[in-house]
Design a protein around this ligand. Structure first.
Ligand code: SAM
Length: 274
């Protein structure tokens, strides 16, 4: 079993993925990137050289590789206090000035976050007023997000989070069980557009009233986080909100003074300057 990878080999891999496949991992946090590569080598029984060969010669391998490389861990109503703040403070504030508005879930993974938002909006009775965009780099995970079907065993944590969020009903009201899987009501995705989008190389593609990018930038180095935060600033309407993960922050970045800290604990910021 390979237990370590030379920095030069990591550089060879990132350069190859960049030039051959157009994905840029050169500014990802190297420690977690290395752990993921080690995991791929073990999982697929590859050496560094055979991994490089497959990445060079097999065009279809890249999607499989990306799916293993990216960390897709997610939950519904992850950090319930954050979702309560959205429901009780942030969204009511947006509604003061906008009858309709739009939300971007950047790095939506397998869809639990956007599904939570759809349920929150339905319970607030405003689901027809909101357009949701859900994007991710990984096309395999986006297909899972569109299916909104999850193993029954995942539901324990989702149910617990929903109870701590103090949802109106029971999460069970939103899905049915079939062959060890739960399938959520497809109507929940009525106003959701899924799209592949790369936060590193992708352009600003729309303006939003609320952006959620939670537990994604944690895998980027600081220089890349800074660039991505500039894109979020450019993608927000003035007085729009940005929500990031509990272990992430923006108070150090170039655009920090163009945001107001709205909820420090739940990491919610408001754009106050163009
Ligand atoms: C840990 S999940 C976070 C999911 C969800 N936001 C949450 O907080 O539960 C991180 C997601 O970011 C995505 N990601 C990583 N790099 C990305 C990039 N450059 N552009 C867009 N998404 C990216 C991964 O594919 C993964 O689905």
């Amino acid at each position: 079993m390979i237990t370590d990878i030379d920095i030069n080999d990591l550089k060879r891999i990132t350069e190859l993925i960049h030039t051959r496949h157009g994905y840029d991992f050169r500014n990802y946090a190297m420690s977690s990137f290395k752990r993921r590569i080690l995991r791929i080598l073990e999982l697929k029984n590859l050496t560094i050289e055979s991994l490089i060969k497959r990445l060079s010669e097999s065009p279809s391998f890249i999607n499989e590789f990306l799916d293993e490389l990216t960390v897709n861990v997610t939950e519904m109503f992850r950090d319930p206090g954050f979702w309560r703040a959205l429901r009780d403070e942030i969204i009511p504030d947006i509604l003061l000035n906008h009858k309709t508005f739009n939300i971007w879930h950047a790095g939506c993974s397998s869809g639990e976050e956007v599904l939570s938002m759809a349920i929150l909006l339905r319970e607030m009775g405003i689901h027809n007023q909101v357009s949701l965009f859900a994007t991710d780099l990984d096309i395999t995970i986006l297909e899972k997000a569109k299916a909104i079907s999850y193993p029954v065993k995942n539901m324990e944590i989702n149910e617990k989070n929903y109870i701590r969020y103090e949802g109106k009903w029971s999460l069970r009201d939103y899905y049915k069980e079939e062959n060890g899987k739960v399938i959520f009501d497809k109507g929940l995705l009525a106003n959701v557009t899924f799209r592949r989008h790369d936060l590193v190389l992708g352009e600003v593609f729309n303006k939003f009233d609320l952006i959620l990018c939670r537990n994604v930038m944690i895998y980027f180095n600081q220089a890349l986080q800074n660039e991505v935060l500039k894109k979020f600033h450019a993608s927000l309407f003035k007085y729009g909100y940005l929500a990031i993960g509990s272990k992430e922050s923006l108070i150090w970045c170039d655009v920090a003074n163009r945001f107001l800290v709205v909820n420090n604990e739940e990491k919610v910021y408001k754009k106050i300057k163009d």
